[in-house]
Structure formats: C-alpha cells, structure tokens
Design a protein around this ligand. Structure first.
Ligand code: CTP
Ligand code: CA
Length: 225
C-alpha cells in the first residue's frame, strides 16, 4: 500500500536518528573512516516520517538524498555527531543509533598536509577514544527510547546481548556483515532483555526500506505499551 494509507503509528512522536560513517581527520586532506553507506539509517528516518513522526536525521558523510519531510543535520566527526545529538536528545521520544561511529580518532590533527619529505619511516598515529553517543544518550536523566545497532562479523546474538547490557538500552538490532554492508537487502535480529526475534519474521532477507518499516512498527508498539 502507498505510504499515505499506512497507519500513522508515530503521530505526535519525535524521532532522532544517526546514520552513516564518521570521518576522523588526520590532516587537512586525509582521515580515517569506514564503509557505512547510511542506507539503513536513512530508510529508518523515512519510515518514521511516513509513520507520522517528526524526524531529525544526523548524518555523517554519505551520498544519499534526504527523505521527504525529514530535518537533516550533516556532521563529519564522531565528536561533531555527539555535539549535535546529545544536547537535543532529551526532546525526543525515540533515538535510533544506526551510525557506524568511529571508535577512535587521531589524538592530534596536523595543521598542514603531512609530507613525505624524504622521511625514512612511515608516520604513525596515536589514537584516542571517541565518546559513545548512544551510551551517553541512554544515561540522560529522562532518555528517549534508545535503539542501538550492532553490526558484527560473528557471534551476533552474544555481541548484541552484551551491547544491550553495556550501553543500558532496551533494544539492540543486530545484523551480520560484511556481505550486507552497503547493499539494499539485510536481515535483522531484534535483541532485548526478554529474548530475540528475527526481522523479517522467520529469517531470510528483506530490502532495507521494508525492514525499516517493520522496525518502526515494532518501536511504535513498544512506545504504546
Ligand atoms: N555508537 C555510538 N557512539 C560510539 C560508538 C557506537 O553511538 N562512539 C552506537 C552505534 O551507533 C550503535 C551502537 O552504539 O548503535 C553499537 O555500536 P558498535 O560499534 O557495534 O559498538 P561498540 O560499543 O563501539 O563496540 P565494538 O565496535 O567494539 O563492537
Ligand atoms: Ca564501534
């Protein structure tokens, strides 16, 4: 059915979504990043908007069009994403953290392009840990309903469970990669304190927009409960 005819399960709700990779600068022309496409996060923002929510999408560097009716804030680094999200997060009913936030950044930013200059040794970089945006939001005095993502290459259920506990969030959505990263189809595992369930139900693959709608319906149900 067309979007306009779907039930508005998030009418009157505010949803905040992070999406895409972050980029951690080494010097003015180089940096560290990852292969997140942002597709899943953008699909969730679109699905939440279709469900009637007021949606803010905080996006790292991605090559995707803004879903219709969604407010988009572009950021580059993990720190910028943190600084965009944390001050506004308490105003939202739901926070969905799909971003593949870089865990570390170079400890210092070189002010100019690092040159070879006939150096004998390749440069090495000290790294420092980035703030955990999801854990910070989940620890707010009145946090929104927080949904974490866990992209893993093995032991999906165990890793998703440990993230649920470590970040103190009510729901973690796991997926196995790298085969699905950047692709249009995926298969999700919903993990909460009660147990786990596959999306689409029964396993298998579904396109990311379908999965996003199923996940939004699931979140709306949890908010209403
Ligand atoms: N996340 C975040 N800020 C970070 C790191 C992660 O908000 N600095 C969020 C992600 O958006 C995701 C969830 O936390 O929703 C899990 O991210 P993940 O990278 O899987 O967890 P980590 O705790 O960083 O564990 P690891 O990378 O070691 O698996
Ligand atoms: Ca990580």
């Amino acid at each position: 059915i067309v979007a306009a005819l779907r039930p508005k399960s998030l009418l009157g709700r505010k949803v905040l979504v992070t999406a895409g990779p972050t980029f951690e600068a080494i010097d003015p022309v180089r940096g560290i990043t990852n292969l997140s496409s942002g597709k899943m996060g953008f699909a969730i923002a679109r699905a939440a908007r279709e469900a009637g929510a007021e949606v803010t999408l905080v996006a790292g560097p991605v090559a995707l069009a803004t879903p219709r009716g969604v407010r988009r804030l572009d950021v580059r680094s993990a720190q910028e994403m943190h600084d965009a999200v944390v001050p506004i997060a308490a105003q939202y009913d739901v926070f969905v953290a799909t971003a593949a936030v870089a865990d570390w950044r170079p400890a210092t930013l070189a002010p100019h392009k690092i040159k070879k200059d006939g150096k004998k040794l390749a440069p090495s970089f000290e790294l420092t840990e980035n703030p955990d945006i999801l854990a910070t939001v989940a620890a707010l005095p009145k946090p929104p309903y927080c949904v974490g993502f866990a992209a893993e290459s093995e032991n999906l259920l165990a890793h998703a469970r440990s993230k649920l506990e470590r970040k103190r969030v009510p729901l973690v959505v796991g997926n196995l990669g790298p085969a699905t990263f950047g692709k249009d189809h995926n298969s999700l595992l919903l993990v909460d304190a009660q147990g786990h369930r596959e999306l689409p139900p029964g396993g298998g693959m579904a396109d990311k927009q379908t999965l996003a709608r199923l996940l939004v319906a699931e979140i709306a149900g949890r908010l209403a409960a």
